[in-house]
Design a protein around this ligand. Structure first.
Ligand SMILES: [Zn+2]
Length: 258
């Protein structure tokens, strides 16, 4: 069925929000996340899995397992830090802000497990490792998890962080790279960084509402690569079962003040 296009004055605030955010920042629409939340709760009930209280628009659950609350956090972070470039101009390097992804070896767990000691310890370890290499590091980061399928079809969860940072030297960056090291037999590089031209886009990416899977595959010769895939509802439920013990705010990791 083709929906008739509405004019601006016929649209609800929600529809307007989706119209702007979805194409520009790949933010899922509000109905997409609500549908996923409903499907998760239905599946959980059928399998007798406890996911915590159902999130409603009157009382938000605030749990990391909830796609609706993850989306709210994503939007909040985009709004809250939209003026980062101006602020960063005062406090950090003239070279501007850079994005970073860190995939530490200690973030790899069995399916269904949090990193050793929980998310709090995981974040502490990353903060400690980064500051050891770059004491003046100023960054805002977010914890993410991907469902990885290795080349031998072995499955695991990979906990990692995405962030935005400034104020480090080339030498310090090299130290961070070697701190997290290249891991033998793994396709992805543990540390990635690039210059940020679009701060809001990077924030939307860091705090993205959806989790994804990664499949490692063999490329020609020695080179390997990974490809992203969308999780099945069973995989989403397995993640939700663990993430419902955490608050959505626990994703955030501040190192120094950006
Ligand atoms: Zn919620």
């Amino acid at each position: 069925m083709i929906k008739k296009k509405k004019s601006l004055d016929q649209m609800t605030d929600k529809e307007l929000e989706d119209l702007v955010l979805t194409p520009a920042f790949k933010v899922p629409t509000s109905s997409e996340v609500e549908r996923l939340a409903a499907r998760l709760h239905k599946k959980a009930r059928a399998k007798d899995i406890e996911l915590g209280k159902r999130c409603t628009h009157v009382k938000r659950c605030g749990l990391l397992s909830c796609p609706v609350c993850r989306r709210s956090q994503q939007l909040m972070m985009m709004a809250e830090h939209a003026d980062l470039p101006k602020k960063a101009g005062h406090s950090t390097t003239k070279k501007g802000l850079r994005s970073i992804t860190i995939i530490p070896q200690y973030g790899e767990t069995h399916v269904g497990e949090l990193p050793e000691g929980g998310l709090r310890k995981f974040k502490r370890r990353i903060r400690r490792d980064v500051l050891k290499c770059a004491p003046g590091f100023q960054g805002l980061l977010c914890v993410d998890v991907s469902w990885n399928i290795g080349m031998t079809r072995r499955e695991c969860w990979q906990w990692h962080v995405h962030g935005i940072f400034g104020n480090i030297t080339q030498r310090e960056y090299k130290a961070i790279k070697s701190q997290f090291g290249q891991i033998a037999g793994r396709a992805d590089r543990p540390v990635l960084q690039r210059k940020v031209y679009d701060v809001t886009g990077q924030l939307a990416y860091m705090f993205k509402s959806n989790f994804f899977g990664r499949k490692n595959y063999q490329k020609t010769g020695e080179r390997r690569n990974t490809s992203k895939f969308i999780l099945s509802i069973q995989q989403e439920l397995k993640l939700a079962e663990v993430l419902c013990r955490l608050k959505v705010s626990q994703r955030r990791l501040d190192i120094g003040t950006l």
